[in-house]
Structures are given as structure tokens and as C-alpha cells.
Write a protein that binds this ligand. Sequence first.
Ligand code: HEC
Length: 128
Amino acid sequence: MKRIFALSAALGALALAGTVEGQEKEKHTASRQASAQEYEGWRQYMVTCARCHGDDAVGGVMAPDVRTAVAKGMDQAAFTEVVLNGRPDKGMPANKATLSDEQAASIYAYVKARAENRLAAGRPEKKS
Ligand code: HEC
């Protein structure tokens, strides 16, 4: 009984160390500093995409992590195509009636900065 407890405590400590290490990594590489375009993209993302794809673009209950698609090589053209035309048969709505090309480009810039871990989670600050 004692041994089982010790083992689970050790495993717990290991799991905790893993998380802390992950947070440290993000802290060292990502900042809150966003370009004007990334900041605008964050705003648009929060209004139009976050309810399905999650706050901070980390994925949600409804829809996948969009950082992964970009990190795996989805380029701006392919991203914009999905954003504007959607995949109506799969639950991804079209946005061409409400988003301009410029707004779609800023959303891509925001997601790319998140995918490359340059921009931390949370509300960004516009670089001056
Ligand atoms: C109503 C929920 C919903 C909203 C709002 C929404 N999406 Fe989606 N999105 C989805 C779903 C569901 C999928 C998965 C479709 C599939 O399985 O191919 C998806 C897929 C995607 C993909 C393709 C991911 C991949 O791996 O192929 C991108 C990119 C994307 N969405 C971006 C956006 C952006 C940017 C916005 C905001 C402008 C947005 N979505 C708004 C539901 C949503």
C-alpha cells in the first residue's frame, strides 16, 4: 500500500515537471508583442473563430487546433480558401459574406504567429 502511494506520488511529480517545463518553454520563446496585423487578426479571430476553434487558437470542442494545420504546412492561400468558402459539409462555415481578404489575411498572420510560438496565449499588445 505504501509502495503504491510512493509510486503514484513519483508519477504525479513527473507529470507536474512535464507541465512546468512546457510552460517555461512557452515563456521563453513566445511574447505578447504582436504586429498591427497580428493584433487585428487576434481581434477578428476572437469574434469569428474562437467559439469553435477555441480561445488562443488551441482547438475547441467543436473544431480542430488551427495552429496544427498551419504548422504542418497549410499556406496562406489554402487557409484563406477554407476561411472564406468554408467546408459546409463538415461544419466549417463560409465567411466570405462578412470577412474581407484583408481581414482573412490578418487572421492567418495571427494563427501563424501562434503556430510558430512567437505569440503567447492571451490578449496581445500591439508593438509600437
Ligand atoms: C461553427 C464552428 C466553426 C467556426 C465559427 C469556424 N470554424 Fe473553422 N472549422 C470548423 C470545423 C468543424 C472544421 C473541421 C472541418 C473538417 O473536418 O474538415 C474547421 C476547419 C477549419 C480549418 C481547416 C483545418 C484543417 O486542419 O484542415 C481552418 C483553417 C479553419 N477551420 C479556420 C477557421 C477560421 C480562421 C475561422 C474564423 C474565421 C473558423 N475556422 C471558424 C468549425 C468552425
